[in-house]
Design a protein around this ligand. Sequence first.
Ligand SMILES: C[S@@+](CC[C@H](N)C(=O)[O-])C[C@H]1O[C@@H](n2cnc3c(N)ncnc32)[C@H](O)[C@@H]1O
Length: 764
Amino acid sequence: MGKFRGKRRKNKDQPEGQRSGENRAGGESYVATIIDHGNYKMEAYYAAQGLHNTQWTDNATLTSCSNWGEFEAERLRWRASATQILPASFRFAADIPSTLREKCEKEMNELLQVVGNDVVRPLQFLPHAYQLGVDRSMIRKDPNLKAFFEWVKLRNLAGFITRQETVSMVPPVVLQTQPGDCVLDMCAAPGSKTSQILERLGVEGSLIANENNAKRAHMLVSQLRRIMHMNPSVLVTCCDGQFFPSKILQFDRILCDVPCSGDGTSRKNIGVWKTWSQAAALSLHTLQLQIAWKGAANLLKVGGYMCYSTCSNNPTENEAVVAELLRKSNGALELVEVNLEGFKTRPGWTSWKVFCESQTQRESKNKQKKNSAKMMAKRREWQEKEAEAGDDGEIVAATASSTDVDNPTISDEPDVDEEAKASESKDDGIKERFQPTTMDEEYLIEMAKKSGLEYWPSYDGVPEPFRGRVRPSHFKPTDEEIASFHLRRCVRCLPNDNDTGGFFVALIRKVGDISVADRQQHDDLDSKQPENKRARLGEKEIESKQGPGLDDTGERLVKGNQVRDENGKSIQGLGKDDFVPVKDNILNELIDTFGLTESNFQKDLIMTRASSESKNIYYISRPIKNIIDKGIQNKVTVISSGLKAFVRSTLDGTSMYRVCQDAAHFLVPHMSKRKFVANIDDFEKCLTSERFIQIAAFSDDLQSQIRELSIGSFVLILDGYEDELQHKMVVTLWRCRTDRVDQLVAQVERDAIVAKVRSIREAL
Ligand SMILES: C[S@@+](CC[C@H](N)C(=O)[O-])C[C@H]1O[C@@H](n2cnc3c(N)ncnc32)[C@H](O)[C@@H]1O
């Protein structure tokens, strides 16, 4: 990868190998200002926490830094890496045929040979995943990588590869979902980890992908569709993870990838260097703990695993949350060792320090008001310069690319409460760079204090005005707890260790039941809001903050009449639209039209939505149907499930159902009518960009079969469909009134099928 490194833009004031902001094409002033200035408070905070106290030796062993020189070199390595733009990475979908994948990998290696094969590094912890030595903008702009760029675009579109940040691939690997598992992804949008899990789950398993922001839940649905996993085993819900209903379902595996301050994303989201605040982390700790406790204590089966992860380096959001989970569980939860092959990770911390901004809420609000006009003007100026430089947002990562599954800038948008927002250090007032001169702990604490942070060694010393923001669970565990918690089993990923983003992951196993008393102690955490906060809220507000009331099983109702977006506006059509059985007359029409008469065709898996008047009909997998039957829809809002199977069509002036491409694979084995086998030439003819295809264009055999067909929907399957995974391709078509067919496959899916057909042709 060295070759490409050499091409990166150099910062004058840092030595070779430690250049911050290298390769940040465009947006120069914004990026350079931020990187050169850094964030005194954030850097002082992490130095005082001991983030730079260990280093890797030449033989890949982690040792303590024994002097200031080593400490400083480690700190600069971290700083240089955490400000450098992130290299691109991607993985092959786990559910594509291996012959196809091998062919694609060969293509990839050939295309990269022009620039030296060392530009691509396989990630050993996940087979068929790769990290490049270059970032996305460089792939796009370098003429030597033009062909590779086109290859990535096409393969991504076809669903063969998924662009995903390296560390984001870690939690699903750690979770080790088994086929057939019942899995919950508690905070799922935008869905990169959801899709990674889904690819391995198969149709025997079930996955509930939950997200509390309705808009983002919809984004999740489209991402799942985009990568075309076409798996009916997923149910997308929109609910606050803290209140996810636990009385109807228990899970084998839970992914708890919580909202966080996201300071580990500083390479993608450079704004972190400007807005970092400890108040945000302190506040998020409570939310993270509540979501994770709900998962581990109430939703996880005994013997099940929960993966807790954040893209933050902050112990407040990481080890402090994990430690509190273990503390409250009284031995029912334990940490499991995590091993990521070929990937450098550092152990979790057993000790950390609690800091908090010293400003009172009122002071910081006033300051924020004063600064906001100035800041807005500055930000606009930066943005204009970014636009002039022709940058597309990758640098500041302020905008989301609709085709990038992995988008932590949006995904990690923290749910920080007002108090924390007020304390955000939009401009923390310290203009100088953080440049420590010793690694002495007391000295580093003093530097952190100089940046506006207060420090308390224990909760006892926290003065009353701060007790709202600072809680006992923020503090490090006791010696006895350290011995029993094994917090070193948590995993920390630092940007300078594998040239990635910063990340934290912990695997928790539930080894026993958690007593009702222990469970309730935490379920009721809301009522333990600090007095000053409760006092500010009227009873009504407390009620609305705590969500709606309890249902007849004593569980909190999280299904509202309306789903609201983050601005509180209701989103039409959501919240009331349950999946319901299809009426008999419609079912009979479908069975009759498409010959769905096979004995193993399970009619009850065909469902519709209450509001759709059977216009759209879905195919739901058996495990998901079982979950629906248990009454999940009475408790949470279901955004989507299953695959669209039939749509009532008015083509050619008719009113009849047509088969949808999404669920075609699941219907084809049961169809005895309106289904034909096509050779590869005929099949490819259906994939042109033209909407209509003359029947005369097909081979004689197929022509006569189609001509005999009445107007309406039919499917073509590729010869070999039944026997070979690679040939498992189907297109949905419409026999028109005239002598032609109308192809009903959306462009993006058509492109994916074309790519697959071409790969078969090349192998012929
Ligand atoms: C770190 S991101 C998740 C990223 C996702 N796992 C992925 O890989 O694409 C956290 C997500 O949690 C959502 N969120 C915030 N508060 C939540 C809550 N109380 N319950 C459930 N989800 C929440 C955020 O909207 C955000 O989409």
